[in-house]
Design a protein around this ligand. Structure first.
Ligand code: ARG
Length: 588
């Protein structure tokens, strides 16, 4: 169904045309002076020059054609030539009832659905997940859901960092601790054990130990590098250890992401792309794209319009080793072969922007992707602590994701118990649901590219622009609806009625904006705008709630009309938080 802005724009175009002006002037927007009007059109100003007429007169001519329209309660012309519109209560109610009948609240599927791959999460196997990976998971998950909601074919790929030096470090440390394992016996040609030689907690301890040791011990570092080399060149024993690391680590990652309500369609990684490298390198050479620079194979990607230097894409080091650029290019080869995506979106720390500029240019220039394939870098800022520095534990160490979640859950649990509306067991469960909303909303309500301050006290507050406030509002609506049912009411088939007062109308206007807001969120890949929208929606609902007797309204039809509006407001709120990647509890 058409969004309300589209519908009003059609009316406006008609009015311009009838008055003898070009329809292209008829652009309607949400008002930036909600105290004066709800929608506005500034087209008369734009037409003044062309028609050599005062904008005010043009606006008057146009407005004369709108006075009869059923859409509007008022059409005011304001100097120098604004047309200010207020929607009629009837048409607002009519629109809301149409929205309610639509499965996706009036959002239309993309006419030509595209295949969009989202590269997000990007954890490094065997290294503990830390808060830096949190943003990628949270933003990527929401972006995935938003693009999917519009009817596109969306594939989320975790793109594991599973092929690097950390693997060599673990192998080296394991060899030091358990030299008798068959993986280290070159002569061994039997079956390797099925049981992994470590548990997840051991693995998590092995990596930091090895990494710290390698920094001090040159010989050990060399050995780890060599182990990485052997692994990457197919040495059987190391390949078997790699499999163990992957199994143990991926099982643990799956658990962690599940807790975050983050779901990947593909669990591919850097290792999967390696098989595409030899042919790709050959193609780059044969096509005349690559050249040798001090022994390294590179592809130039500098463009004339650049005002700073963009270094060449590094394909192979002088010792023949592949690099981060190489892996990302080979991954595009793989994606092109398996999915032919129309677009690939990378949700990665913005400090990696240059890397992606190089990769995208190289992929385009060499035909690894088709000319029409969109490659998009969605870079996010750093999550800082209250001191404005990258988020740390109280002791100053790198904050593990698990500890962060535990801290938030604990804080939420305390708050929920203070309210004393639920029992302890339920409070634990609820604390997790609300805690996740606190984290995700705290993150997503900021424009992704900006740094932000992770403030546990603020994010867990039930008041203000926070996840818990949004959930609290939803829970409040649920509780009203439940009481309505307990009193014998039925929620099916209710119709929203034309608003009779300002609070009701304001709430309606906010609800019916949903599909217009969604389009903007989708066009701009901007979850933060969805947050801003539901914050306002929650505010409008709470104002209405405080000013209106809902359940105790004596007029049965009016009461039913309120309930219909609440049912719809709840659906809109729940749809939005679903797109943001969290959900509401029954009570809190
Ligand atoms: N594993 C990388 C890191 O931790 C992020 C991967 C991002 N995705 C990509 N295709 N390079 O920095």
């Amino acid at each position: 169904m058409k969004t309300l802005l589209e519908l009003i724009t059609i009316e406006m175009r008609d009015a311009f045309k009838k008055a003898g002006y070009g329809e292209e002037l008829a652009k309607v927007t949400l008002s930036n002076r909600p105290d004066l009007c709800e929608y506005q059109c500034n087209g008369a100003m734009a037409g003044a020059k062309q028609y050599k007429k005062a904008p005010f007169m043009i606006a008057e001519d146009v407005a004369a054609n709108l006075k009869e329209s059923a859409y509007f309660e008022s059409v005011d012309v304001v100097k120098p030539g604004f047309i200010n519109l207020k929607l009629s209560a009837q048409s607002a109610a009519l629109y809301l009832n149409e929205m309610a009948a639509e499965e996706k609240l009036g959002v239309e599927d993309e006419k030509a659905p595209r295949t969009v791959m989202i590269d997000y999460g990007g954890p490094n196997v065997a290294k503990p997940l830390h808060v830096g990976h949190l943003r990628s998971a949270i933003i990527g998950e929401s972006v995935k859901r938003i693009i999917r909601f519009k009817g596109n074919h969306v594939i989320g790929d975790i793109h594991l960092g599973d092929w690097g030096y950390q693997m060599g470090l673990i192998i080296t440390e394991l060899k030091k601790r358990q030299p008798d394992l068959p993986y280290f016996d070159e002569a061994f040609d039997g079956e390797y054990p099925e049981e992994p030689p470590f548990t997840i907690s051991e693995l998590e301890e092995i990596y930091p130990t090895a990494s710290a040791y390698a920094k001090e011990n040159e010989e050990y570092r060399e050995e780890a590098l060599h182990a990485t080399y052997l692994l990457q060149n197919g040495y059987r024993g190391y390949r078997a250890i790699w499999n163990h690391i992957m199994n143990v680590s991926v099982a643990d990652l799956k658990k962690n992401y599940e807790k975050l309500n983050v779901e990947f369609d593909l669990w591919k990684g850097e290792a999967d792309a390696q098989q595409y490298i030899p042919d790709m390198v050959q193609m780059l050479k044969d096509g005349g794209y690559a050249r040798y620079d001090e022994g390294a194979l590179v592809v130039d990607v500098q463009e004339e319009s650049d005002n700073k230097e963009v270094p060449p894409c590094m394909i192979l080091k002088s010792d023949g080793a592949a690099l981060y650029d190489t892996t990302d290019l080979a991954t595009l080869v793989e994606r092109e072969k398996d999915y032919r995506p129309d677009e690939v979106i990378y949700v990665v720390d913005k400090r990696q922007e240059l890397h992606f500029t190089q990769v995208f240019r190289c992929a385009k220039k060499t035909g690894i992707v088709r000319p029409e394939t969109e490659l998009k870098f969605l870079g996010f800022g750093t999550m800082n602590g209250k001191d404005g520095k990258p988020f740390k534990t109280r002791e100053g160490g790198v904050m593990r994701l698990e500890s962060l979640i535990r801290e938030i859950d604990e804080e939420m649990y305390k708050k929920i118990m203070d309210n004393r509306t639920v029992e302890e067991g339920e409070a634990r469960q609820t604390a997790q649901t609300v805690g996740l909303a606190a984290i995700k909303y705290g993150d997503l309500s900021n424009q992704a590219s900006k740094d932000y301050i992770f403030d546990v006290d603020r994010f867990t507050s039930f008041e203000g622009n926070t996840g818990p406030y949004i959930l609290y509002t939803i829970v409040r609506i649920k509780s009203i609806l439940n009481k309505y049912k307990e009193n014998g009411g039925c929620l099916d088939g209710l119709k929203v009625r034309p608003a009779e007062n300002g609070y009701e109308k304001a709430l309606m206007l906010q609800v019916l904006k949903f599909n217009d807001v969604f389009e903007a969120v989708y066009e701009e890949t901007a979850p933060h705008r969805l947050c801003a929208y539901i914050y306002e929606l929650a505010n409008e609902f709470n104002k209405f709630y405080h000013e209106t007797k809902i359940l105790s309204e004596e007029d049965e039809e009016r009461r039913a009309g309120y309930i219909a509006l609440l049912v719809l407001a709840k659906r809109v709120l729940e749809t939005c938080i679903g797109l943001l990647g969290f959900e509401a509890p029954e009570r809190m």
